[in-house]
Structures are given as structure tokens and as C-alpha cells.
Design a protein around this ligand. Structure first.
Ligand code: ITT
Ligand code: NA
Length: 181
């Protein structure tokens, strides 16, 4: 079986390939799916997966991954707008926004959505952490400012990050579900 992992972000695919290796081949589908305006990651991912499925000439099942960083004391900012905020403000300035906060607790959330034309299913994962000054060279996006038990995600290798991460948890649920099909 093959899945097309729909993303413009190569960092995500590397993490997904490892998780889904036992249940499926994973091809990257570099397609910028329509992100509906919503504060619900599951709704964004589900609609994105249906859009991506329809956009192809073939009928290969697709997976979309929508993720974000939610800073508790900023009412969940940047949340569903994490991509826009990374491109505009940048990670360093998100750190500066958080630097003065008394409580720097945050969560990464991820929803992966599967669509095959008949069925659309979503799987969620999250992980708690603290926003810190940037450290580490690995990972991507907000990883350098997300500390989990004393290590930033950018200081972990892919396997270590996958074992704890929002994406890893969501992909594990998808893998279980696929194995049952
Ligand atoms: P696609 O939508 O094409 O998949 P994207 O990078 O825009 O790529 P998202 O909308 O899901 O993906 O990403 C939201 C933002 O959160 C974006 O700035 C990512 O870099 C960041 N992000 C997502 N997962 C992350 C992770 O595991 N570690 C650090 N940052 C992450
Ligand atoms: Na995106």
C-alpha cells in the first residue's frame, strides 16, 4: 500500500516515513492544499486532505498534517496561524514575545488527516513543553524554542523527537488504524 503525504515541508515527511514504514510506503506530494480559515486543526486537516485527494489524477490515499505551537499565556497564539507567524515574525521573535512571560508553558499539537475518497479520518497528538531561548540545530520550525524535559526538540534526533512529539503520537494512531484496515 502507498500513501501520499501532502506537504510543502520536507521535515514532516522524514518524520512520517519512519512511523509508517511498517504499514505503508510514503511518497511526498508537494501540494499546497487549501487551508480553510478555522481555529480547529482537525477541520483544517480533514478539508485539506479531501482537497488534496481530489486534486490528483490518481486515487492514491492522501495524508495531510496540520500542526501548530500553542503558548498558553498568549491564549494559544500562534496556534493555527503558526506557519504564517513563522514566515512573518520568525521563531526568534516568537521567543522574544515569550521571554517576558511568567508562565512559558506551551504545547505542540498535530492532526493528521487521511482521505481516500470514501473515508476521511483524523488523528490528533500533542506534547507539552516550555518556550526557551533557541537551542539546537536539528528538526525544523519552532523546534529550537520548544523545551521538553530539559532538551529542545532541535537538540533531539528524529527518532527521539518522534517518540515524544505531537506528530509521532498522531502518526502512531494513524498507523494503528491503517493496520486494522
Ligand atoms: P504544510 O502545511 O505544507 O504541511 P507547513 O510548514 O505550513 O507545511 P503547518 O501549517 O502544519 O505546516 O505548520 C505550522 C507551523 O508549525 C509551521 O511554521 C511549522 O514549521 C511549524 N511546525 C509544525 N510542526 C512542527 C514541529 O514538529 N516542530 C517545530 N515546528 C513545527
Ligand atoms: Na501549511
Amino acid at each position: 500500500r502507498t500513501l501520499r503525504f501532502v506537504t510543502t515541508n520536507p521535515g514532516k515527511v522524514a518524520e512520517a516515513e519512519e512511523y509508517l514504514a511498517d504499514v505503508s510506503d510514503v511518497d511526498r506530494f508537494d501540494y499546497d492544499y487549501t487551508e480553510i480559515q478555522s481555529d480547529d486543526l482537525a477541520e483544517i486537516a480533514a478539508r485539506g486532505a479531501e482537497d488534496a485527494f481530489q486534486s490528483q489524477d490518481s486515487q492514491v490515499p492522501v495524508v495531510v498534517d496540520d500542526a501548530g505551537l500553542f503558548v498558553r499565556a498568549l491564549d494559544g497564539f500562534p496556534g493555527p496561524y503558526s506557519s504564517y507567524v513563522e514566515d512573518t515574525l520568525g521563531v526568534e521573535r516568537v521567543w522574544q514575545l515569550c521571554e517576558g512571560l511568567e508562565n512559558r508553558r506551551a504545547a505542540f499539537r498535530c492532526v493528521v488527516a487521511y482521505a481516500d475518497g470514501d473515508t476521511t479520518e483524523t488523528f490528533a497528538g500533542s506534547v507539552q513543553g516550555t518556550i526557551v531561548a533557541p537551542r539546537g540545530e536539528g528538526g525544523f520550525g519552532y523546534d529550537p524554542i520548544f523545551d521538553h524535559d530539559g532538551e529542545t526538540f532541535a537538540e533531539m534526533d528524529t527518532a527521539e523527537k518522534n517518540a515524544l512529539s505531537h506528530r509521532g503520537r498522531a502518526l502512531a494512531k494513524l498507523a494503528d488504524w491503517l493496520a486494522e484496515q
